[in-house]
Ligand binder design. Structure first.
Ligand code: SF4
Length: 188
């Protein structure tokens, strides 16, 4: 995983090449100018994985968060963790982006959270509405929801990929960054 994604591309990419979980986090961030802890982790590691530099990641989080808090508070409370996730603080570990399994199996979202896997964690009616809003045809939504009903969340995601990209997937989606990379390959 890795590339040369820049900050000015993020908004557009969130609509074309992000899996549903990351689009949800990006949208929530834009709407609320904030994300809670696990959302920051899940999304922060993803954008690191698509190749956003630490400098640009800091600008991204700071520009949103400081719409609701002053820069000082952001720098004290949040900047450290962002640098940390890039391995620049603490033990200098290089944290890797979360896989679908990890997102599906751990830390289920509570009220006010936007992390998790929408195929696993979003109420079925709401999920249907969102898919319709993203212009998935009714037949496609039914196919996706059939996978969801059988707890095949990653297959639901793979079908979503196929329907939004007009291709047959070569393999099932098992990582949000894999989804992104494959989308970029198809759309480029
Ligand atoms: Fe994200 Fe994976 Fe769920 Fe797809 S299956 S929405 S990539 S966590």
């Amino acid at each position: 995983v890795g590339g040369k994604v820049t900050l000015d591309q993020i908004d557009g990419l969130s609509k074309t090449s992000y899996p549903l979980c990351m689009r949800q986090l990006h949208t929530a961030m834009k709407e609320n100018h904030h994300l809670k802890h696990f959302g920051r982790l899940q999304y922060g590691l993803f954008i690191k994985g698509i190749g956003l530099s630490l400098e640009e990641a800091l600008i991204f989080w700071r520009s949103e968060f400081t719409k609701l808090m002053d820069v000082d508070k952001f720098d004290k409370q949040y900047a450290y963790n962002i640098r940390h996730s890039y391995g620049k603080e603490g033990k200098r570990q290089d944290y890797t982006p979360y896989s679908c399994m990890k997102i599906i199996m751990s830390n289920p979202p509570g009220p006010g959270d936007h992390h998790g896997c929408p195929f696993r964690h979003t109420d079925a009616d709401l999920l249907r509405q969102r898919l319709a809003a993203y212009r998935i045809p009714k037949k496609g939504i039914d196919e996706i929801m059939e996978f969801v009903k059988e707890s095949h969340y990653q297959l639901a995601c793979t079908r979503y990929f196929e329907l939004t990209h007009g291709v047959t997937a070569s393999s099932a989606i098992n990582h949000p960054n894999q989804y992104f990379d494959e989308s970029r390959q198809v759309l480029q």
